[in-house]
Design a protein around this ligand. Sequence first.
Ligand SMILES: *Cc1c(COP(=O)(O)O)cnc(C)c1O
Length: 468
Amino acid sequence: MKKIQDRLRALPGVDKVLREDPIVALADEFPQVLVTEAIQQVIIDLRQSLLAADGEVTDVQLLPHAVATEAAALCRRVSRPSLQPVINATGTLLHTNLGRAPLAEQALEAISATARGYSNLELTLETGKRGHRFDHVESLICRLTGAEAALVVNNNAGAVLLALTALGKGREAIVSRGELVEIGGAFRIPDVMEAGGLRLKEVGSTNRTHLRDYENAISDETAMLVKAHTSNYRIVGFTSDVPARDLVPLAKQHDLIVLEDLGSGMLFDLSAYGLPQEPTVTETVEAGVDVITFSGDKLLGGPQAGIIVGRSDLLAKIKHHPLARALRIDKLTLAALEATLRLYLDRKDAINNVPLLRMLDAEQQGSRVRCQRLLDSLQGQVAAELEMIEDFARVGGGAMPLAELADTSIAIRPTQISMEQLAYRLRTCETPVMGRLQDERFLVNTRAVTDAQMENLVAALKAVLARS
Ligand SMILES: *Cc1c(COP(=O)(O)O)cnc(C)c1O
């Protein structure tokens, strides 16, 4: 073994590495500064390894060509966008960490057309006068939900905060203890109320709340009765709660507002897909609930947005509150939302075009067939035991936590790498793949995978599970 000093001297200089083929090939692809930085970084790392007592560096690694190859790979790695497409093989359709709902083609086209140039975002073309950005979808939402008025904002958490603040600031809101939940991402109803300047009056117990509990809690200070969907949380067993529709007569009697945060918010009943029966937005409007909020990117299958519908006098107050400006929806989201909502004008159009609704339908999504195809392409080709198993896909995104959509998955038991290595390599490959670890197996579910992604999914699994 040569002395460390000799080996340090053998490290090539940046100039020399710059002339090596792997680096020359990058010239048109990456800015010169990035290339130089990558080379410097590789040299620094090699020097540190040489100096470290246990750093093992071979003579080959010190050759200019080897340094260039390493630097080129580093350059490619750091130049990849941070936000990149991921194949969702988790079986969770609305995975918040993976960006929730994929958009319909029509929504993508609308985004592209709007982003490319100017639009009548805040302009009424007939009169040439200033308009509101939310005007573009208000009548559409009213038509789809039967509501008198509507407003769209950045997201549903914002919608709840805005509606509570605009209608109840400085006063009291009555909420059942069973609904004081945190729904992830640090969204807790009590905290949102506090942020909105309302005083929270809790009624009932965790598992049971009755109409008389609300009634007894009403005082001169009360502004509203609030119902919140418990989202990704369920209290089961000896329970009772008061549906918003039953709060309506009580609220009327005392001149109070009923506000319901539906969370996901469905425009039509999805129980035909095996999902639990929950009131749709339309049914909630019909029941007389004054103000209703829901998300754009949960079961609606549109872009991230918060939608508020309800009585026009109350919506007018909400629209004029300064927070409405702070939480305003951006034009690309608005374009996507309008295109998605238009599909809902004809239920068949929605079912055929909104990706989330297609995924709810196992037959239409053809996920069993694709699962079999996936198994066939991997069988005998990889270092793993493979099995097709009965499994469930889930809605996710805080919607319907207990609902299970019957499906099949591929269960993988790698024979040459660990389960964690498999998961890591899939996450960090060219097109990252997210699956799920369960019962000592790695499960791949294709319910939320598009046909176009299948080829990439097969390629990723083959590469990561290749026999060594
Ligand atoms: C998801 C959810 C929210 C938050 O909606 P975002 O659109 O993610 O801001 C609020 N309330 C309930 C009940 C929810 O399920």
